[in-house]
Write a protein that binds this ligand. Sequence first.
Ligand SMILES: *Cc1c(COP(=O)(O)O)cnc(C)c1O
Length: 498
Amino acid sequence: MVLSKTASESDVSVHSTFASRYVRASLPRFKMPENSIPKEAAFQIINDELMLDGNPRLNLASFVTTWMEPECDKLIMASINKNYVDMDEYPVTTELQNRCVNMIAHLFNAPLGDSETAVGVGTVGSSEAIMLAGLAFKRKWQNKRKAEGKPYDKPNIVTGANVQVCWEKFARYFEVELKEVKLSDGYYVMDPEKAVQMVDENTICVAAILGSTLNGEFEDVKLLNDLLVEKNKSTGWDTPIHVDAASGGFIAPFIYPELEWDFRLPLVKSINVSGHKYGLVYAGIGWVIWRNKEDLPEELIFHINYLGADQPTFTLNFSKGSSQVIAQYYQLIRLGYEGYRNVMENCRDNMLVLKQGLEKTGKFNIVSKDNGVPLVAFSLKDNSLHNEFEVSDMLRRFGWIVPAYTMPPDAQHVTVLRVVIREDFSRTLAERLVIDIGKVLHELETLPSRISAKIVLANEEKDAVADKDKKDVQKETREIITAWRKLVIQRKKMNGVC
Ligand SMILES: *Cc1c(COP(=O)(O)O)cnc(C)c1O
C-alpha cells in the first residue's frame, strides 16, 4: 500500500523555488516579520536581491581587495566565529597580530633593536588607525603644553586639502582644527613649503599622504621633514609628522625602496596603512605603527582584565573578527617580499598599459603620476559638449564601475575619472577597458550634447514666445549651469571614493 500525504503550505521543499509563497509576497522592509521562513527561502530571496549590487571585481573605484587565494578564504571561514578581543582564549591569533605589527614596522624601517618588539596595533582600517595616531599626537602635545603652563585648548593639524575624509572625521570628533593647504591647478597634493608655513605652536602634527586618494601621487615627505627640522630648530617647537600610507605603505617598500618617506626620516613618529588595500586582504583591517614607545602616551593604553589575563589595548572598539588578522599574516608569509614586489610590479605594468591606451585616444589629460599608487586619473581635454560623468555612466553599461569626481579647493573646477589597478585587474581586463572607453568616446561623438541641447531648447522657446526677452534665455542658461553644478556636487557626495 502506498501512503500519500498532502504537502503542507510550509513545506518549501516540495514547491518549485520560485512559486513558493515566500517569493510571491513582498518582504517587509520596516518591521521584523511576525513569523519565521525556511532557510532555503531566506537564502534565495537575499541572494537574488544582492545580484543587483555591482560586481566587486569590476569595481574600479576602490583600492580595497576583492580577491584572495582559495586557501586563504578557507582560513578566513575557519576563523569567522572567533572574536579577536578574547585574547586569552585565542592566544595564537593575538600572537599572529603581533607578528604582523613587527613585520610591518620593519618594512617601514622602525628603529628597532634585534630583540625589540614594535609598537603598533591592528585596527578595522586606516580610519581607526588615524583616529588612534591623531589622539596620541593630541595627548602628547597637551601634556607638553600643560607642563609648560601654556594654553592647550586650540590644537590644530596641518594637511593638504586632498586628505581622505577620515581626517575630517578625526578633526570633528576629537575637536582638533584642520588646517588645509589648498591645492592648485595641476598640483593636486600638499605643498610641503606651504604646509610648514602653516605650522604654529598649536600644531599637533603635519599629516602627509603617501598615495593621495585623488590621483595616487606620493607627497614629498622627505622635503617636508627637512623643512620642518629647520622650522623646529628656529622656533624651539618639535612638531612631528604622521604619514597616512593607507594605500602607499604596501607599495613603496617593494617598488620604490630608495624613496625615503618612513621612519628613516627623524620627524616621522607614526604611520598608518590599510591591510585591506595593497596589504592584499579583504575589507576590515588596518595598521598603525609608532616609531617608539615614547610616541604613544601610556595613559591611552587600557589594561583590561577580561576573561583571564591582563591585556593592554589601544583601539576604539571592543569585539571584532579575527579572520582579517589571520589573512594578513597569511599574505605576509605566503607572498614574502618577493611576492609583494611581483604583485606591485604587475599592477604598475597594467597601469601603464591603461594609461598609454588612454593617451592614444588623444582625448584625455592624465592627472596621475607614473610613480605612485597604480591608478590612472584622467579628465577630458574638452568637456564642453560631454563631461566625465557621462563617460562614467556609459561605462557602467559595459559592466565597469569607474567613478568621476571633482577635485577639492582650489582645483574644484577639475573633474576626473579614476581607475584603480588592483592585483586582480589583469592585462586582458586593462586592454578590454581601453577598447570599451574607445567605444564610449565614439558613441558620445554621435550624441547631441546634453548641455548644449538644453540651451538650444531655451533659445527655441524664446523664438516661439514673442515677448520673451533675452534676459529669460540668459536666466535659463544660468539655471542649466546651476543644475549641472548641483549634479556634480551631488555626485561628489555619492561617489564615496575609498
Ligand atoms: C583609504 C584611505 C583612508 C581610509 O582608509 P580605510 O582603511 O578605508 O579606513 C585614509 N587615507 C587614505 C590616503 C586612503 O587612501
